[in-house]
Design a protein around this ligand. Structure first.
Ligand code: NAP
Length: 288
């Protein structure tokens, strides 16, 4: 791996090791074993793999994990009932509804039902609002992981020009808030942005969360920029990001690969959030 490639595997392993140690300390100090519950509706193969990995890694970190796999014809009310039940279950500290849900379901009201203290995906209106207000809350795992990768690469953010491509509630919007909180000057681009390449060319930091394979080209990127590629696109040539790695890497100060970059961090930060949720529910002051 060349010097400017940020190794998400290494950073994620460090985070998971840290969480494992902190879980041991938390339990030794009388805290409950943190518990993560996932709800998976239907049989989407990619979602099944993500959920399986979440359980494997949470157990490795010393947490309990509870998997609720429901048939694809499960009704909105049945899922709502399960969420209410998990909200009341003291052994569950984090609840995650795996997205996307089948078309007949509306995920927004289901997410809104999750107790904000157990909302380890940071997607409830309460946690999204807290982030927008700059107050402590649960931060979505993927953008939180991107911030750790930027730190791992010693990326200066104070006063930096940052461009976020994408404005989803899962990645783009929280990413904007986190960069703003780090005192970057943030431009948020999306599908209606005029001259996307022109915005990118000004950027010291680019975060691409789009879902379009290899959208960001080498000649869009300023020499010395840091480029974080959130994209995970399954194509004939395998898993590729939103950044054309081969043309961008030679110009970048630092860049994440796909795979082996941001994807590694998402589960690690989910574990951070689950431990944080257990601490808050136990009335222990937030650690971050
Ligand atoms: P999303 O909800 O589909 O949002 C995509 C965003 O990209 C939208 O805001 C859209 O703009 C914008 N966009 C689409 N085409 C564009 C274009 N040609 N130029 C500029 N902007 C464009 O996707 P998401 O959930 O944020 O995910 C984005 C990517 O990250 C996907 O590849 C996904 O698989 C990946 N992802 C990876 C992880 C991980 O752990 N590594 C986690 C989550 C997501 P509009 O708002 O105008 O439609």
């Amino acid at each position: 791996m060349s010097d400017n490639v940020i190794d998400g595997k290494v950073v994620a392993q460090e985070v998971r090791d840290r969480v494992k140690g902190e879980v041991e300390e938390f339990i030794a100090s009388g805290g409950p074993q943190p518990g993560l519950a996932t709800i998976l509706v239907g049989d989407d193969p990619a979602s099944q793999v993500y959920v399986r990995n979440k359980h494997e890694k949470s157990r490795e970190a010393g947490m309990q994990s509870f998997n609720h796999t429901l048939p694809s014809d499960t009704t909105q009310d049945e899922i709502a009932d399960l969420i209410v039940q998990l909200n009341e279950d003291d052994s569950v500290h984090g609840i995650l509804l795996q997205l996307p849900v089948p078309d007949h379901l509306d995920s927004d009201p289901l997410i809104a039902l999750i107790d904000p203290l157990k909302d380890v995906d940071g997607l409830t209106p309460t946690n999204a609002g807290l982030l927008a207000l700059g107050k402590p809350g649960m931060v979505p795992a993927t953008p939180s992981g991107c911030m750790d990768l930027l730190r791992a690469a010693d990326t200066p953010l104070e006063g930096a020009e940052a461009v976020v491509i994408g404005r989803s509630i899962l990645v783009g919007k929280p990413m904007h808030q986190l960069l703003l909180a780090a005192n970057a000057t943030v431009t948020q681009c999306h599908s209606r942005t005029r001259d996307l390449a022109g915005h990118c060319r000004r950027a010291d930091v680019i975060v691409a969360a789009v879902g379009v394979p290899k959208l960001v080209k080498g000649d869009w990127v300023k020499e010395g920029a840091t480029v974080i590629d959130v994209g995970m696109n399954r194509t004939d040539e395998g898993l590729v990001g939103d950044v054309d790695f081969d043309s961008v890497a030679p110009r970048a100060r630092a860049i994440t690969p796909v795979p082996g970059g941001v994807g590694q961090m998402t589960i690690a930060m989910l574990l951070v959030n689950t431990l944080e949720a257990a601490r808050r529910q136990a009335g222990v002051a937030a650690a971050r």
